[in-house]
Design a protein. Structure first.
Length: 346
C-alpha cells in the first residue's frame, strides 16, 4: 500500500509518501516547508499560518509525489491530519486531501496528530513496536502513554497547564533567544554551569505516592520561577547560559524521571520520545542514561519529530490496512480525542 500524507496542523506545510509492506512503513519522500513569518511576532499567528498553507500546499504535495516517483494514479490512499491543531490551518490540508481523494477516487483517512508522533520512530527503527511507554512532548501537548498495542493507548499523565514545548519557547523568549526557542535554548544550556540556578521540579514529589498527579506534569510554575529570576538579575548577559541550563535541567529531570518510573513499573523493554521537544538531545541522552541498557529508547530523527506528513502517512496506513475510512463529512477539530485512548484508571 502506498499512502500520500498531508500535514498542516500548525506552521509547517508538509506532504510525504510512504509504502506499507507487511505492516512496516517505508519512507519514500517527505517535504516540510516551515513558515518563518511567525518569528517576527514571537509565536504562531493563526491567520498568517492558514494563508501560508494555502499558498504552499499544492507545490509541497507535488514535490513529495515527484521525489517519490509517484503520481496520484500510483497512490493507493490519502492520509491527512484532522486534528488537533489550529482549525484554519487544519482546514487547508484537510480540504486539499479530501479534494484529491474525491477527484482520484482514492480512500481517505483522517489522522490524529499525536498518534502520528507515536508512529514516527517506526519509519526508521525496524524493531519499533508495542508495548512501550511513550512520552509525547511538543508545543501544544505533553502526554505520558502506556502503548499496549497500536490503537490501544492508556493515558498515564498529561500536563495540567503549559505544554513542555510551550515552556521552552517562553523561557527562550525571556532570555532573548527569539522564536522558536527550543533549539537555541538547548545550545545555550550546553554552555551553562549546572547547579548555578536550581529551579523547582513541579509534581516530581508526587511520584512517591499514588495521588492523582503522580504521572501528570506542570510547567507554569517553573516558567514563573525563571521569569522572577530573570527580573532580579543584575547581569543577564553573564547569567543567560546558566539560567538556560537551570531551566532545562529542571524540565528534563521531571520528564525523564516520570517516564523512567512508568517504564520500570510496567516492565517494558522499550520507551519512546516523540514530538518537537524530542529533538532536544539532552532529553534523549538523560532518559537513556537513567534507564541504562535494560530498556531501549527509540527517538526519531529531528525531521520526523517536528510536524511532518510522513508520520501522518504511517499512522494513516496502519488504520487504512485495518479497513478504516473517513467519509466526505470529515471535519477538522482543535480538540480531537486520541482514538483508542483509555482513561488512567482503565
Amino acid at each position: 500500500m502506498r499512502v500520500l500524507g498531508i500535514e498542516s496542523s500548525c506552521d509547517e506545510t508538509s506532504a510525504a509518501v510512504i509504502r506499507l509492506d507487511q505492516g512496516r512503513p517505508t519512507l519514500e519522500s517527505v517535504v516540510i516547508l516551515s513558515q518563518d513569518v511567525h518569528k517576527v511576532f514571537g509565536g504562531v499567528v493563526p491567520e498568517l499560518a492558514s494563508r501560508a498553507h494555502l499558498t504552499a500546499i499544492g507545490p509541497v504535495v507535488d514535490r513529495a509525489l515527484g521525489e517519490a516517483g509517484a503520481t496520484l494514479d500510483t497512490i493507493d490512499a490519502i492520509a491527512v491530519t484532522a486534528g488537533p491543531g489550529l482549525v484554519g490551518a487544519l482546514l487547508v490540508g484537510l480540504m486539499y486531501g479530501k479534494t484529491l481523494a474525491w477527484a482520484s477516487g482514492k480512500p481517505l483517512i483522517g489522522v490524529h496528530h499525536m498518534e502520528g508522533h507515536l508512529f514516527a520512530p517506526a519509519l526508521e527503527d525496524a524493531e519499533f513496536a508495542p508495548p512501550f511507554v511513550a512520552l509525547l512532548v511538543s508545543g501544544g501537548h505533553t502526554l505520558l502513554l502506556d502503548v499496549t498495542a497500536w490503537g490501544e493507548y492508556r493515558l498515564l499523565g498529561q500536563t495540567l497547564d503549559d505544554a513542555a514545548g510551550e515552556a521552552f519557547d517562553k523561557v527562550a523568549t525571556l532570555l532573548g533567544l527569539g522564536y522558536p526557542g527550543g533549539a537555541p535554548l538547548e545550545r545555550l544550556a550546553a554552555t551553562g554551569k549546572a547547579g548555578k540556578f536550581v529551579f523547582p521540579r513541579p509534581l516530581l514529589r508526587d511520584l512517591k505516592g499514588d495521588g492523582p498527579n503522580r504521572w501528570n506534569f506542570s510547567f507554569s510554575g517553573l516558567k514563573t520561577a525563571v521569569l522572577r529570576t530573570v527580573r532580579l538579575s543584575t547581569d543577564l548577559d553573564a547569567e543567560r547560559a546558566d539560567l538556560a541550563r537551570g531551566f532545562q535541567d529542571a524540565a528534563i529531570e521531571v520528564l525523564v524521571e516520570k517516564t523512567a518510573v512508568a517504564v520500570e513499573e510496567l516492565g517494558y523493554p522499550l520507551a519512546m520520545i516523540g514530538g518537537g521537544v524530542a529533538c532536544n538531545r539532552a532529553l534523549a541522552a538523560r532518559l537513556r542514561e537513567r534507564l541504562g541498557t535494560r530498556v531501549r529508547v527509540s527517538v526519531a530523527s529531528p525531521r520526523l519529530n517536528t510536524d511532518n506528513a510522513a508520520m501522518i502517512a504511517a499512522a494513516g496506513a496502519w488504520r487504512l490496512a485495518r479497513g478504516e475510512r473517513s467519509g466526505p463529512g470529515l471535519e477538522p477539530s482543535d480538540s480531537l480525542p486520541l482514538p483508542g485512548l483509555l482513561s488512567p484508571a482503565a
